[in-house]
Design a protein around this ligand. Structure first.
Ligand SMILES: [Zn+2]
Length: 378
């Protein structure tokens, strides 16, 4: 790592009021490894190196629907992610979820949810296939380094809400066969699989439904990652009990920092970690703080990350922005700003190794274990 002239980089990240400075990156990296305090310029330089050296992934965005229908009304925030912006932000990989809000559980509604999901998945795969020089779909962790080495963005397919599989396990097999690698069990309200965190009604099943238990069993066999973000506490408890593989929360915050129903208690964080899973911190401001929008900055996001680390350690945390689904705070308006999170974490003493785990190592380890478990279950 040679000395680099950092003006343009620092202007990009911090605004033009930062003076250009020369930084000995190798020296700054060593300081960061020891957890010694870094100057602002050193943080920026080390952050840039972290994003080059390690796989960086965002485990949840709702961008597929936006890219399928630019200018449409399908997503909450618009255009926070594309392959160009990922490159600019030093973000290697995105998990692009096909999101479905929760509607009726009658057969007609279930069929329509399936058709919608199926169509959107095809549209998004066509979008990626039409850009062979920019991006490639990864089906397992070992694909990541290969795709990164080609200089392309890594895309992983996901479904947010198990609603479109209705009560039919064959549909789960089918979506896996079409490349979907995680399924968020529910959105905010109960579906055929489980109860969800935001439901005002009494719990329909008291956790997983009878069918939901079969869904987890089948996901374990397939090697599909179980995502418990949005699930109710009782659903999470059931999943922790019955899943044979690690589970993840792809975009959730810490209840102790902000008591939002979507966030996870310390006991829940510990239980997910004890199972070998990861908690990927969400960036939507409602999960982070009660302050008005313009006051919620990256610092509040990193407060949640800090809390999670204090509870489960550095091996079970990561990031899931929820971009184009309500994610983002001041200073993290879109994925071009990803390095700013790393800068803030370096200021708080995270080492480059910890940052490598946070940005992807932890999630990919958990995913690989999900695959290993599926092979043992064959
Ligand atoms: Zn969500």
């Amino acid at each position: 790592m040679k000395k680099i002239f950092l003006m343009s980089l620092m202007c990009t990240i911090l605004g033009a009021n930062v003076f250009a400075q020369e930084v000995d990156v190798a020296k700054a990296w060593k300081k960061a490894e020891k957890g010694e305090p870094l100057t602002e310029a050193e943080c920026v330089a080390v952050a840039d190196s972290v994003h080059k050296r390690y796989i960086t992934l965002d485990s949840h965005n709702d961008t597929a629907l936006y890219l399928n229908h630019p200018g449409g009304k399908y997503t909450v925030t618009k255009g926070q992610v594309n392959f160009d912006k990922m490159k600019q932000g030093g973000l290697d990989a995105g998990f692009f979820a096909i999101y479905l809000g929760q509607r009726g559980l009658d057969q007609k509604s279930l069929d329509s949810a399936y058709n919608y999901c199926s169509t959107e998945l095809n549209l998004f795969k066509e979008y990626v296939a039409a850009r062979p020089d920019e991006a490639e779909i990864a089906l397992e962790p070992k694909d990541f380094e290969k795709i990164k080495a080609k200089g392309k963005s890594i895309v992983v397919l996901a479904i947010e809400n198990g609603y479109p599989i209705g009560n039919d396990l064959d549909k789960l097999d089918e979506f896996f066969g079409r490349g979907v690698r995680y399924m968020t069990l529910s959105h905010n309200y109960a579906n055929c699989i489980c109860d969800a965190s935001m439901d005002k009604q009494p719990e329909r099943y008291g956790g997983l439904s009878e069918f939901g238990f079969k869904v987890i069993e089948r996901m374990n066999k397939l090697g599909m990652i179980v995502d418990v973000s949005h699930a109710s506490s009782s659903t999470l408890a059931d999943v922790l009990e019955c899943s044979k593989a690690p589970i993840v929360a792809t975009h959730s915050g810490a209840w102790e920092v902000k008591n939002h129903k979507r966030n996870l208690t310390d006991d829940e964080l510990r239980a997910i970690a004890a199972k070998g899973g990861v908690i990927q911190c969400a960036t939507g401001r409602f999960f982070l703080s009660t302050l008005p929008k313009k006051e919620v900055t990256i610092k509040y996001l990193v407060d949640h990350i800090d809390h999670m680390k204090s509870v489960v350690g550095p091996d079970h945390i990561g990031l899931g922005t929820d971009f184009d689904g309500g994610g983002g705070v001041v200073g993290l308006e879109d994925c071009t700003k990803m390095r700013s999170i790393t800068v803030e974490m370096l200021k708080r003493g995270y080492t480059p190794e910890e940052l490598g785990k946070f940005w992807g190592g932890n999630f990919l380890r958990a995913w690989q274990e999900v695959i290993n478990v599926s092979k043992r279950l064959e």
